[in-house]
Design a binder for this molecule. Sequence first.
Ligand SMILES: O=P(O)(O)OC[C@H]1O[C@H](O)[C@H](O)[C@@H](O)[C@@H]1O
Length: 891
Amino acid sequence: WSPASLWRLGRGPRMRPIPTNLRVLAERPLAAESSSWSSMTPEERQEKRRNKKQNQQQQQQKQQEQQHPKSYRMFHAVPIYTDFNDVDLVSTAPDFFPFPDDGEIVSPYDAHERDFAFEMKEGTVTTATETKMEDSHRSSSSSFSSKTHVTKTTSVTADDASTTTTSSSLSSSSHTFQEPTHRSSYEYYTQYSQNQQDEVVLLDDEDDNDDDSISKRHDNENSLRNLQVPQIHLPPRLVPNVAWEHHHRATTSFVHERLQRRRGQRDQTIDKQQHQLEGDTKRKRSPLVSATPEWQRLELHKLEIENQHLRDLLKDEERSQAMFAEHDGVYLDYSRQRATLKTLQLLQDLAKRQRLEERIQDMVSGKTINFTEKRAVLHTALRADPDEQIFVDGENVVEDVHQVLNQIKTFTEGVRSGNIRGYTGKRLRNIISVGIGGSYLGPEFLHEVLKTEPDGINSALGYNLRFLANVDPVDVERTCADLDPEETLIIVVSKTFTTAETMLNARTMRQWLWDFMGNDKEVVRKHVVACASVSATDKVKEFGIDTNNYFFRFWDWVGGRYSVCSAVGAVPISLMYGFDLFEQFLKGAQSIDRHFMTAPMDKNIPIIMGLLGVWNHSFLGYKTRTTLPYAEALLRLPSHIQQLDMESNGKVMTRHGIEVDYPVGEIDFGEPGTNGQHSFFQLLHMGQTAPCDFIGFCQSQHDLCLDDESLSSHDELMANFFAQPDALANGKTADEVRAEGIEEDLVPHRTFKGNRPSMSLLLPKLTAYATGQLLAIYEHRTAVQGFIWDINSFDQWGVELGKKLANDVKAHLVDARKSEDHVIEASNPASSRILNYYVNNSRTNACMNSDMSPNTNPLTRVTRKTHSDHARAALTPPIQHDLGGSIGKLS
Ligand SMILES: O=P(O)(O)OC[C@H]1O[C@H](O)[C@H](O)[C@@H](O)[C@@H]1O
């Protein structure tokens, strides 16, 4: 019954509870003493134990007298075995406590408050675990002391900073427990200790009498001493094994997290006091989700997960069978998440606590859940069937939605059939969609998909769609330099119709049209359409757009980043690809909406993904997340998700106006596979951990197989899609590397720790319908996370400040451009200096160019120049799928 076997017994939740009792451990003879111990008769040993017990009782009494009557502390002084940056931490040894049969870790850590104290003295770093219980109803208490193998132990309590230092090679530390009235883990602990004590003694004797066992223990101890693990100093009495490594990881992360919290808490103390002074009663009424038992259970559960490697989890047949979900061709495999079925259950408990299903219903039924903007959030209504009814302010919004969709259908078919033409009578075959953020990223991502989709290719023949988003004049140049304005339709897409970049680009495009066709308001009425919110109707009119026929409205309850299913996506995509394909996209999104609203949580794809998002970010601490479509046509999906998720969940306040004390809002990035593998996957495999979303398709939009190849190109691509998640999860051990014959020096460099989570989404084929499904999955994942975190995922106040300051800078620049002597005085010296530097070095600015004739509009001269260059070189602008019109000739 060596310490190592005791230790091992503590692993795994279903193991027999350890008869742990620090007394038993403490009384165990050390290696040096073991031979004299084994030479004693059982009676002598019994006698020795009795003496020790008496001593302990005396010590216990003494200590009880010193104890504060109302507070409770427990210290563990256990061997130092790890090095953690500048601080050596001492194991908190959670394994010393029993695991009951239901698999839950129940230990004194369940106490109301846990904290750590540590101090560095004379180059020896020591620490203590403190468990403090504020419960005033404690009924009984007991205490005991133990010997531990510590060179030096310093215990610093958090409250009174009293320090106890013991200095000897076998120093003592005291342990005092007091019992809360409810049945706590401590009860389990004490009861179990009492029941098991005899058995322990018996086992102890047997074990000690066994020569084999002693020699085994010596071997173990020797092998431990010889162990060379960089930066890990294992205690000499314990045998190195995987459990140690896991325990080490769990302990360090647990301790570190607590320390960080504590440091953070210190910084927040002043704020908190301020809050209290202001009588922040809200806080009392609406505690943060992190204060709920469901959240705390997950925190505790994290310790279990920390001990488990994905390599092992993946071997569990039952788990793998259970960790997938399927709906309408979408297959989600989440078995490579650092989670067990219990994790999922606990996450669902949290979802219930946060009334997730109710909040989803609130959203889809039109309640004002965007409370800071006092708006409903109804992007799901954009893909509802015409016979559905959703009311906002007494109006059935589905009716409005279908009215606008019909208007878009008629208009776009009119343009595509040639019935609606440009100012000079030419067919409109070039479409420039001017918009930014949510008025650009969604439509562009969809356009990229349809560009290579067989139906998309056929229906786009003869048309050309481009997006103008950036206010950089170079973007203007790139977008329209080779287009014929007479054949170009400009779509100004802006919910507010006030976004500075979009409106400047819209004016630029209007000027471009005027430059070529004359400054006639009819030019605008025939060549410019608007997609904007109904509340922007006046601004649309002011711009010169025909609001009766060329204005496609949407509503305040459509958030910008959730607007691709509205006119924002419908107009450009239907002009380019026809209305039918856009409708298929809506159908795909609708299929996921219904699944999201009705499927139970454990089968609900967006809910599972959202809950795992919360788990990865708020509990496991992964701040970044990647989207990795193994489909080139999804190249703009990661950018769309970036805005969708980061603008939605990049928040700090809960809906109760309380600042969150848990991480919310991941950093999203991504790239299609396999390209990403050859750029940033090194980091994903060996550097920081970023949970990955792999997205793949069973069939390619265009499969290709060369005659001599055994696999098609799509199979080649998908082989990577399947391999990467396993590489991330399993890693490669040092032994596996050695087995490949790698030189010993290189072994650490070529070892992969693995244990990196990912999930895989597999769909049949990348069509318009599947794209709608993907869109809705990600929209709903974002909402789920926001609901759990209790934040408003539908506003974006964070973008306002930058916009306001840009206006201030613009005012400075206007003054500076008027006079060469003007010196800018901005809000701080650094800003003044850099602004003046910019102004002094940009005197050739277009608006200052003196050699331009007064009739030449500087805004479009670059484009005009490019056109004239083309003309001089006798080149006709390149034309795609010419409809037989004017072959793009510029007049
Ligand atoms: O559609 P608009 O009103 O022009 O807004 C375009 C974009 O502007 C802002 O910066 C918001 O952060 C985005 O959410 C929005 O999509």
